[in-house]
Design a protein around this ligand. Sequence first.
Ligand code: ATP
Ligand code: MG
Length: 591
Amino acid sequence: MKQSRALIHTLREVPKDADVISQQLMMRAGMILKLAAGIYDYLPLAHRSIQKLQQIVREELEADGCQELLMPAVQPAELWQESGRWQFYGKELLRFKDRKDGDFCLGPTHEEVITDIVRRTIKSYKQLPINLFQFQGKFRDEIRPRFGLMRCREFIMKDGYSFHINNEDADREYWVMFNAYKRIFSRVGVKFRPVEADSGAIGGSFTHEFHVLAGSGEDAILSCDSCDYTSNMEKTEAPQLPWAYPQEAEHPLMKAHFSTPGIIAMEEQARAFKDENHDGLPLDHASKFYLCRAVKGENTRDVGLVIRSDHEPNLVKLRNLLIADSMELVPLEEAERLSGAKSGFIGPVELDVPMYADRSLEGAYNLTCGANKTDYHHFGFKPDRDLKQFKGFFDLRMAIEGDACPRCKSGRFQAFRGIEVGQVFKLGTKYSASMGCTYLDADGKAIPMVMGCYGLGVTRTISAVIEQNYDADGIIWPWPVAPYHVHLLCLDPANSEILNVAENLEKTLESNGIETLLDDREGLTAGVRFKDADLLGFPLRVVVSAKGLKDGHVELRDRRTKEMIIVKPEELLNAVMETRERDKRKRPENT
Ligand code: ATP
Ligand code: MG
């Protein structure tokens, strides 16, 4: 491809509204243009990378017997009413009416449509299992679209769905897809981890997210330094911590025992505690209390969460424990009104709601807690003894870096930041049961199919690749998803002899499968061409110049290692092929 004919507009300046590196570089490299908040044009260079990624995904899924199809982006409300999601999917679902006043939405995901397809086309157990996927533009009206292609409103997703006669077969396929995702991200050339994720009310370990590791990632991940356990922080099991003061004498609950005017910070609260026997307490003697609201369908109910003050609460764990749809904190003014005390002094003892305590408090006593009286704390608190509606000790805190791994018991957690690029999920019969997607078994009985779904964020993955592969000068594309492999710079395009050599090299490379962009633009300095080449970041740069050709050579430079070699024009193809092979062998190690 001749650059003089290509739509590639590079920018020297960092665009003002670009907040992460991948967005800055993609805008500067002329890959994307913002059309509206969270809505982008994918220009030719981006489109090439997207096509390559899609081809890798397609090959790996087809190798496992999946079939590609394409569903409409516009979906009728009736299907969503059948599954029950029309009402519960929030404002992310963009709804609209057609000219006949019919309700429609733009698909944020396609469970309803695929379930409809399968219920209309598959009748017998003999036709199962089946695994279908598509590449498609999804629309989610995200509240805060940001980070370029990472959190858009319109984005490209590969979504796949499988249908099975029973749980065992759905479980088998789950691991087939899990392994396909591992192959896909390894082929792309990124460092990633499969991460145990929160499966909400469905429970079990049947969902993994795939994360590309990058400092700019929105998700916190904990990974054991000794075993395989890697999990999204909100779901990571926290280790049990025994009460560290068994020698202390146990006190009864001493209500509003100490005055703590204006002391809200937990450390200060513990340190401030003084009486005839105590001169300040260790931080883990202070408990914290959260009044929470569980939402289930149309009902809400308030519950209490008690944790050690040096821990952070985990509302996702509490939500899962109570099998609620969502869990939120009761708004502060309301909590103050219900407890009769200012924030900082609200405590569990007087409140008559079901109380759940973190298991690190199991066996603990002599704790402090808010007294529901402004400026006062109780002392001698013991959750299982002093709470009216005590429900037990559970894992309800955030695990943190440095915690002992509860799985292998020998390692410790390390923290990473990740970008969620894919998720595999066992759905069960949630959609097939509500939408009547059944098959007839050998006895002619209708049974709901068991489903799995497998998402992969195509455009987000492209950003994630860049977040992991760049330097001060620009992008450093891994070969498999680079828009072009070679950037061939002709420093003297006005000289027809030199241009001719460059064009012949372009032909040779192209006809051997090396995708080449020839910078044949006129009237540019070498410096501008070099800067553009670094910014666009194709794996190899080749320089053809009058000076070099006079000495009988062209110059080949590796974008990643910056290694430069001089070769004869007729040796260029071999040198390029060799570098590509070497690069393949050096792909990042993945778990
Ligand atoms: P997130 O938690 O980041 O909002 P999600 O869990 O809602 O994502 P899924 O429904 O699992 O997303 O969608 C499958 C994949 O689609 C995700 O793993 C992600 O890579 C991609 N994706 C989801 N939302 C967006 C978005 N707003 N912009 C770009 N890609 C997205
Ligand atoms: Mg997800």
